[in-house]
Design a protein around this ligand. Structure first.
Ligand SMILES: *[C@@H]1O[C@H](CO)[C@@H](O)[C@H](O)[C@H]1NC(C)=O
Ligand SMILES: *[C@@H]1O[C@H](CO)[C@@H](O)[C@H](O)[C@H]1NC(C)=O
Ligand SMILES: [Zn+2]
Length: 449
């Protein structure tokens, strides 16, 4: 009897925390449509079918980059039949996950209960927990970590750039990483925080020799907290600015001011996925990232924007699949080295291609970094495969260290190409020799331009 009572009270407590009511996605179905013919790819590019957009009952979660790579579509009970028929009619295999929204709960209950808990390295933390952890780190690791205030999100959350450097005055090349412009991609901020964790705890981390790391772990904190607020909001993607009567949010990764709006965007403020905003950089969050890029553009040699999902590592151009930058081979080759490093560590390799070859979409941060700020290596990294946006928290301890090996490769390669330290690292080098070396280095640079 007493046991029963405890159970009932415990259950009510849980309801209060996670909500036991009906949730929007409970009866939705996830369809993984698999193209195995070139014609299938053309057909899938037409999704979502027009008549359904207006009902807001269909969301394309991921597009195919080629044969055998699924296009994932989340459909309401009403539109399920239409999409199943679409696949069958065109002869495409479909993997179906019924009652998709109900699968969120088990994953989320854990993180929701820990709202007020301290920061965990292998966890999905609240924005406040992340902030407190970083504020604390600034004091605990004062010799390495500085926080630069950048401004406020739309809902007035204070945002800071995390700068990690052994020697801030050395003018080292910078690796700039951001994460979480898309609210629902929880694994991205987790990865960014893990990178910070490793950089400050690995004693003698070579990644910090002659390199500075600038990291903005949650670009869209308003959206992030919104996805944490309820199961019905778990798949929110955009910012939370008010854009029209009863419509909110801009797709931050369509909002950057390079070839803004030319492809792969929606002009409808009520579009849940890809509304590009009323103008370029309409959002305070993308303005902050732009300001970091423009302020440090001479020193930033690598920019990586962390996203989920699908395990892709893509480079410019994103706005078109019809042309590649002249340096695309270098972008491609570095991405493949990173992918190999992750695979060698037991992780999944990345699918490497240009973002526009995957699917064209303009106004992305990677194109702006590369095309407007002149950052020579720029990537969008889509983390994880197989769980869509609800990657299980329990797996983080396995995959984050594997993925980190990719960032060590990034660091080595950037140092190799741009670092002064690596160029003078052959044994004990005299001051004069180092000076000569520096002069040569300058000449090299001039020659290259
Ligand atoms: C899901 O379907 C069940 C059974 O048909 C129904 O009772 C419930 O109201 C539906 N939930 C939502 C959120 O639509
Ligand atoms: C796609 O999968 C089929 C069946 O598994 C296989 O025969 C084919 O070679 C694959 N094609 C590509 C491009 O991976
Ligand atoms: Zn994304």
């Amino acid at each position: 009897m007493a046991k029963c009572l405890v159970f009932v009270i415990g259950f009510l407590g849980l309801c209060w925390q996670v909500g036991c009511g009906q949730h929007k996605y409970d009866n939705y179905t996830l369809l993984r449509i698999i193209p195995n013919h070139d014609q299938h790819l053309q057909k899938l590019a037409e999704l979502p079918l027009d008549e359904e957009i207006s009902h807001g009952e269909v969301e394309v979660l991921k597009r195919s980059y080629g044969l055998n790579d699924s296009t994932d579509v989340l459909v309401s009970p009403n539109s399920k039949k239409l999409f199943e028929q679409f696949a069958v009619k065109n002869g495409m295999p479909v993997v179906t996950k019924h009652y998709y929204g109900r699968s969120f709960e088990a994953l989320e209950r854990v993180s929701r209960r820990r709202l007020r808990e301290a920061f965990r390295v292998y966890g999905y933390n609240s924005f406040d927990a992340i902030k407190s952890y970083l504020d604390d780190l600034k004091f605990r690791k004062a010799e390495l970590v500085r926080l630069q205030p950048l401004g406020y999100s739309y809902q007035r959350r204070a945002m800071s750039l995390v700068k990690i450097s052994k020697d801030p005055s050395a003018g080292n090349p910078i690796i700039f990483i951001d994460a979480g412009i898309h609210a629902r991609e929880w694994v991205a901020p987790a990865m960014a925080m893990y990178i910070i964790h490793r950089l400050v705890t690995d004693s003698g981390a070579r990644e910090l020799d002659g390199l500075d790391w600038y990291i903005l772990p949650v670009v869209n904190p308003d959206g992030y907290e919104y996805t944490r607020s309820s199961r019905s909001q778990r798949l929110w993607r955009k910012t939370r600015s008010k854009t029209a009567r009863d419509c909110y949010g801009v797709d931050g990764n369509r909002n950057y001011g390079f070839k803004w709006g030319v492809s792969g965007v929606s002009n409808n403020p009520c579009d849940k996925e890809t509304y590009a905003g009323p103008k370029p950089f309409s959002e305070p969050e993308t303005q902050m990232v732009r300001n970091v890029m423009m302020t440090y553009r001479d020193r930033i040699k690598l920019y990586v924007s962390l996203h989920a999902y699908g395990q892709y590592l893509v480079y410019p151009w994103g706005y078109t699949g019809g042309s590649l930058p002249t340096s695309w081979r270098k972008l491609d080759s570095l991405a493949r080295k990173v992918s190999n490093a992750v695979q060698n560590a037991g992780g999944q390799p990345f699918k490497v291609l240009s973002a526009g070859q995957w699917y064209p979409a303009a106004g992305g941060s990677d194109d702006f970094a590369f095309g407007a700020a002149g950052i020579p290596y720029s990537y969008t990294m889509e983390l994880t495969d197989g769980y869509e946006f609800v990657y299980p928290e329990n797996n983080l301890a396995t995959i984050l260290p594997q993925l980190y090996e990719g960032f060590r490769t990034f660091a080595e390669e950037i140092k190799q190409e741009f670092g002064y330290a690596s160029r003078s690292s052959l044994g004990s080098i005299t001051k004069q020799a180092a000076l000569n070396h520096k002069v040569n280095f300058v000449h090299c640079d001039l020659a290259r331009n």
